[in-house]
Each structure stands twice: as structure tokens, then as C-alpha cells.
Design a protein around this ligand. Structure first.
Ligand code: SF4
Ligand code: SF4
Ligand code: FES
Length: 227
């Protein structure tokens, strides 16, 4: 590509000329960076590529996922491949799905100022302030529901003036919800019990004795429930 078609961006304060059609992640690689940390799915799902940047026309610090944000001329950027927000040590079996669990593991939850900075930076458009308000009330189910799309990128914690670890609090709530509050899948429980009782042992022995081709044939000819 001719040099005049490239745009200047600044990666950790050093200027590079890159094509304007690239995401930040591709521009980093175009500029010669070999990404080892700060990269994962390359599709906006894993949260590994949190990036902070400023653009020429705006004083505000902006955030984005490097794999899903396009470069802009005069963009100043740095990746945050890891943010120090250690998870509390706990055993779910020793916790109850209420406020006591949060006070035991993350007592700082009550320091939230409801400022909303976390909501502004979340690349998943999660209302982080809202689920933190639920966390302060011990509403585990609401936190689990509202934080469901969290990808653990760490950007909310990076900007929080109250030093919260919002996403660690949220994942604890989702775990508590899954263990104690979510409706039981009775059919799954029944099927596991059947397996434990040996109901399918003969069938498993038969399957294990089949060749790869026989298995494939059986797989494609299996009964499928109508949609
Ligand atoms: S940024 Fe921190 S203090 Fe502000 S609402 Fe979010 S969790 Fe609370
Ligand atoms: S809640 Fe926090 S860690 Fe989760 S996606 Fe939003 S900013 Fe990232
Ligand atoms: S690499 Fe997974 S979200 Fe960007």
C-alpha cells in the first residue's frame, strides 16, 4: 500500500503508519508486534484484548477490544492484556447465595460510589453500576442475570475510583446462582442417575466395540428430535 494511504497511529507513544482498514489488533501486528498476551479469540468473545486509547479530536480516554475496534488517524493506544484484580479464595459449598457470601469474599463491594464509570467503559454494554447496586443488596440472582455477557476484560476495574473488582464479584454471583438458585434440570438428574445405575452399560460396551466408520454411520442415522 502506498505510504500516503496509510494513517499514523501511536502504539505506546511510538508512531506507526498503518492501513486505515485494520482493527487495532491487526494494526499492532502490521506494525510488527507479536501478540502473545492480549489476544485470544480475535472475535470479541474472550476479553483478552482490552485496549485504552485517545483520538486526536477528543480529550476523553476511550476503551475497546483490540480485535473489534478500528484504528483511527492519530490514535494513541496501549493494550491492557492483564489487570491485577485477584479472585478471592472460596469454596462455593461454604457460601450461601446471599449478602453474606459477598461480605466474606469481597467486602469492598459496599464501597461502590454508584458513579457509573464502569458502565461507561464496558465494551459489552453491560450496566455494571446497576449490577453492583444489586450486589450491594445481596441480590445474587440479579447480578448473575445482568452480568451474564461479561467477558472478564477487566476494564471496569481499571477505571473504578472505589477499587472494586466488579467482574470477580459478578462471576461469584453467577457461580452461586448456578449452584443454589437456578432451577434444577430434572431430566438431566434422571439421566445421570440412570447412567450411575448402569442402565446404559450394555449400549456403551457395544459403542466402544464399533469401528470409526460404524460409529459415524450410527451417528448420522441416530434418532433426532423434531425441531
Ligand atoms: S466505577 Fe466503581 S464506584 Fe463507580 S459505579 Fe462502578 S463499581 Fe461503583
Ligand atoms: S463487566 Fe467489566 S470485565 Fe465484564 S465485560 Fe464489562 S468491563 Fe469487561
Ligand atoms: S481477542 Fe478475544 S475479545 Fe479480542
Amino acid at each position: 500500500m502506498a505510504e500516503q494511504e496509510l494513517i499514523p497511529i501511536y502504539i505506546m507513544n511510538k508512531q506507526y503508519l498503518v492501513p486505515p482498514t485494520l482493527t487495532i489488533m491487526k494494526a499492532l501486528e502490521y506494525a510488527g508486534y507479536k501478540l502473545i498476551r492480549g489476544v485470544g479469540c480475535r472475535a470479541g468473545f474472550c476479553g483478552a484484548c482490552a485496549t485504552v486509547y485517545r483520538t486526536a479530536d477528543d480529550y476523553r480516554l476511550k476503551i475497546g477490544l483490540a480485535c473489534a475496534t478500528m484504528v483511527e488517524p492519530e490514535m494513541y493506544l496501549a493494550q491492557i492484556p492483564f489487570f491485577p484484580a485477584p479472585r478471592a479464595q472460596y469454596h462455593l459449598e461454604e457460601l450461601k447465595p446471599d449478602m453474606s457470601a459477598l461480605l466474606k469474599t469481597y467486602p469492598e463491594v459496599l464501597r461502590c460510589l454508584s458513579c457509573g464509570t464502569c458502565t461507561k467503559v464496558c465494551p459489552q454494554d453491560i450496566d455494571v453500576r446497576d449490577y453492583m447496586a444489586d450486589a450491594m443488596k445481596g441480590n445474587i440472582a440479579a447480578v448473575a442475570d445482568k452480568s451474564f455477557d461479561c467477558i472478564m476484560c477487566g476494564l471496569c476495574a481499571a477505571r473504578c475510583p472505589a477499587e472494586e473488582k466488579q467482574y470477580q464479584i459478578a462471576i461469584l454471583c453467577r457461580r452461586l446462582y448456578g449452584k443454589y438458585l437456578a432451577p434444577r434440570a430434572e431430566h438431566l438428574h434422571k439421566r445421570v442417575q440412570e447412567i450411575m445405575d448402569g442402565k446404559h452399560d450394555a449400549e456403551l460396551i457395544r459403542l466402544k466395540s464399533m469401528s470409526k466408520d460404524e460409529l459415524k454411520k450410527a451417528y448420522y442415522e441416530r434418532d433426532i428430535e423434531p425441531e
